[in-house]
Every structure is written in structure tokens, then in C-alpha cells.
Design a protein around this ligand. Structure first.
Ligand code: GSH
Length: 208
């Protein structure tokens, strides 16, 4: 088993943090997105959509989509639970993870790529960047309110919602802005979460 990965990109990062929290050790094979390796063979045979991460099983089966890969591991390794334990807890965790992905990570990614993309050949549209940035405070306020009364995004322990939100915030560094600015509870959570061993990228001193 291995994971095609580029550790600085948000969707692979989300999966890395998840695996770290679970204590699962899966080998990574780097596909350098900045060099455009995702847009040519052999990677296009691995994932015709040209996106990372991709999980490859020992029998050659391949699975793309970060959340599908996470749910696959979660079903194989339910402890510690990262999507809650009761139907309501699981629904609430998934709700927050979806908001973190679609309304925070996705917008931060579109902001970065439309402002000054690290990917080759991406021509940004400044108006789209500004629109993405303008749409961020509303979901960030939602997470700030959640974190006012609990240590992690979905409650007392880390879940997939923390992994996704963290990956989004890390990518904001490329956009040279701090998404926690003005949100005290989010700032507290981010400062604490980035100290967790799961956020470290081996070979780099700290999460950065
Ligand atoms: N929805 C997919 C998104 C996959 C994706 O687009 N990944 C980005 C990295 S965060 C990528 O590989 N981009 C390369 C490109 O657009 O050329 C997932 O969650 O895995």
C-alpha cells in the first residue's frame, strides 16, 4: 500500500494529519505538483483527474478523493474514533468537516491559486481571489463559535474536521494571510493543533 502525495498541498495534508492522529504509517510517493508531474504520465494513468492524494492498495486498486480515503481507513481502524461514535455525533462531525472543506479549505485554495498560484501555468483572476477572501469570515465565525466551548472543532477530541480545517489554514500561508486573525478561539485552536506531532512533515523541522 502507498499514497501518492505532495505534502504541501491541502488535500494530501489533510490525509497526512489524519493518518498521524490515527497512528497509521503508510508510505508516501511524491508527485511534485509544482513541477507539474500530476498533469502527465505516468500519473494521469493513476488518476486521470490529475489530483492528489491517491491511495494505492497492494493489489493495485486505486482510490482518489481525500475524504473517501479517510473514510476507508476509518472503517478499517475505528479506534481512536475520528468521526464520532453515535449517529448524531458522526453527523455533526461530518457536517463540520464538510463546512471546513467546502467553505474554508476550498476558498483558501481558490484564493491562493487566483492570487499567485504555486502551480505551473495557472493564471489567476484577481477578482475571484478577492471574492473568495470576502466569503471566508462567515464560516470562520462559525468555527470560532464552536471552539469557544470545546478544545477541538467537533468536541472533546480531534476529528476529521480538525484535519481539514488545519490543512486549509496551513495553505493560507501561501496566500500570506492568517485566517485566525480576529477570531480568538480559532487562534487558540490553531496554535495548539499545530503543535501536535500529526502536523509535522518528516524532513521539515516544524509544520511551518
Ligand atoms: N477533491 C479532491 C481534490 C484533489 C485535488 O485537486 N488535489 C490538489 C492538491 S490539494 C491537486 O492535486 N491539484 C493539482 C492540480 O490542480 O494540478 C480530494 O479531496 O482529494
Amino acid at each position: 500500500m502507498k499514497i501518492y502525495d505532495f505534502p504541501f498541498a491541502p488535500n494530501p495534508r489533510k490525509l497526512r494529519v489524519y493518518l498521524g492522529e490515527k497512528g497509521l504509517d503508510v508510505p508516501f510517493e511524491t508527485v511534485n505538483l509544482v513541477h507539474g508531474e500530476q498533469r502527465k504520465e505516468p500519473f494521469l494513468t493513476i488518476n486521470p483527474l490529475g489530483g492528489l492524494p491517491v491511495l494505492e492498495l497492494d493489489d493495485g486498486t486505486r482510490l482518489s478523493e481525500s475524504l473517501a480515503i479517510i473514510e476507508y481507513f476509518e472503517e478499517l481502524h475505528p479506534d481512536p474514533p475520528m468521526i464520532g461514535t453515535t449517529p448524531l455525533e458522526r453527523a455533526r462531525t461530518r457536517r463540520l468537516e464538510r463546512i471546513a472543506d467546502l467553505s474554508v479549505l476550498g476558498r483558501i485554495a481558490r484564493y491562493v491559486h487566483n492570487r499567485k498560484s504555486p502551480l505551473p501555468g495557472v493564471r489567476g483572476i484577481p477578482e475571484v481571489a478577492e471574492q473568495m477572501r470576502a466569503e471566508l469570515p462567515k464560516p470562520l465565525a462559525l468555527f470560532d463559535a464552536e471552539l469557544a466551548g470545546q478544545p477541538f472543532v467537533a468536541g472533546a477530541r480531534p476529528t476529521i474536521a480538525d484535519c481539514t480545517l488545519f490543512a486549509g489554514f496551513q495553505f493560507a500561508q501561501l496566500g500570506e494571510f492568517d485566517p485566525t486573525e480576529g477570531f480568538d478561539h480559532l487562534a487558540r485552536w490553531y496554535a495548539e493543533f499545530r503543535e501536535r506531532p500529526s502536523t509535522r512533515i518528516p524532513g521539515l523541522e516544524a509544520a511551518g
